[in-house]
Write a protein that binds this ligand. Structure first.
Ligand SMILES: Cc1cc2nc3c(=O)[nH]c(=O)nc-3n(C[C@H](O)[C@H](O)[C@H](O)COP(=O)(O)OP(=O)(O)OC[C@H]3O[C@@H](n4cnc5c(N)ncnc54)[C@H](O)[C@@H]3O)c2cc1C
Length: 289
């Protein structure tokens, strides 16, 4: 592997380099995806542009909104005091990315831009209706994460755009999130299937908002909108969570590979969706919501 390594001192300079070199260049944050792609000869950039030291790290909270800077590491997410209670799913997802060493360098932005269907943090962010902030040579723009993700390894990002942050509205106190991952072992394991759920308590013990996001069961992480609608309509009536699991499994189009058969992945989607919804409900009850 031979490439020129650039260490720009500002986001604008990083973008200018990416604009100049186009497809010959790639940004690098933690490098835990990019370097593997280069080593496996799937990518051969002639220019690698570092996003370190540009001030893109950190988690900022206001009363209404939470913003995670692109180069924030998974370790920072795991230990962020604000990612407890309603936002547990974020810490749960980042906590199972790779192993300890990986989590210390791998970033939130890299997890999103890499657009792996098995990216663990993405379902948790999708369940929170997250928005992506992008900065390019001519403009900055924002778009929902759900629109940003196109397909396996493909996003709406232009080659010279930096993902600067991901943000979402602060969930109400009477809400809960959860994230569950099935793998063949507990660490250093790409998800066989992962699921995130988000419930917001509504009137008459129902739910005013239901989000279910599924990873590693389709070419991209997806929201199981049919299952969401079912739970929003019926609430928790004793069978709705199981039926939501079945609906989500129907929406899945998993591959079969060395980790699991397509059939097993489909069964996992049904089981994990039910469990993730149950965990949200129990967490809300535990919090007195
Ligand atoms: C051993 C191992 C285990 C792993 N286990 C898991 C796991 O369990 N779960 C999981 O989800 N992932 C896992 N991964 C994948 C990886 O660690 C994560 O996806 C990580 O979050 C990637 O972040 P990064 O900063 O290292 O990305 P990089 O490798 O630096 O970048 C990834 C891609 O995104 C682009 N990019 C990065 N940041 C930006 C930005 N801000 N703006 C524009 N483009 C950008 C790069 O150009 C590159 O194309 C594992 C990787 C390894 C090596």
């Amino acid at each position: 592997m031979g490439f020129a390594f650039h260490q720009p001192d500002s986001v604008a300079n990083a973008i200018a380099l990416a604009h100049r070199y186009g497809e010959d260049a790639r940004f690098i944050a933690g490098g835990t995806d990019l370097i593997i792609q280069i080593n496996r000869k799937r990518l051969a950039p002639q220019h690698v542009i570092s996003l370190g030291s540009l001030g893109l790290e950190g988690i900022r909270e206001t009363a209404d909104e939470i913003t995670i800077g692109a180069t924030t590491t998974h370790n920072d997410v795991v230990f962020h005091p604000g990612f407890q209670h309603q936002l547990t799913a974020l810490a749960e997802a980042s906590a199972v990315v790779g192993g300890r060493q990986i989590r210390h360098v791998a970033t939130v932005g890299g997890n999103i831009v890499n657009a792996s269907p098995a990216a663990d943090l993405v379902p948790a962010l999708l369940a929170l209706d997250a928005t992506i902030d992008l900065q390019g040579p001519a403009q900055t723009r924002s778009l929902p994460l759900d629109r940003f993700l196109l397909d396996r390894g493909r996003t709406e990002r232009q080659i010279d755009e930096v993902l600067t942050a991901v943000r979402f509205a602060r969930p109400p106190s009477q809400s809960a999130t959860s994230f569950l991952k099935a793998g063949r072992r507990k660490a250093m394991e790409i998800s066989v299937v992962c699921v995130a759920a988000h419930l917001v308590r509504g009137p008459d013990n129902g739910f005013s908002k239901v989000r279910i996001a599924v990873g590693a069961a389709a070419p991209r992480t997806f929201r199981a909108v049919g299952a969401e609608a079912l739970v929003a309509e019926r609430g928790d009536d004793g069978t709705s969570f199981v039926e939501a699991g079945r609906l989500a499994a129907k929406a899945a189009v998993p591959i079969g590979d060395v980790r699991a058969s397509a059939r097993y992945r489909t069964l996992l989607v049904a089981a994990l969706v039910e469990r993730a919804l149950t965990a949200c409900r129990d967490r809300m009850q535990g919090a007195g919501a």
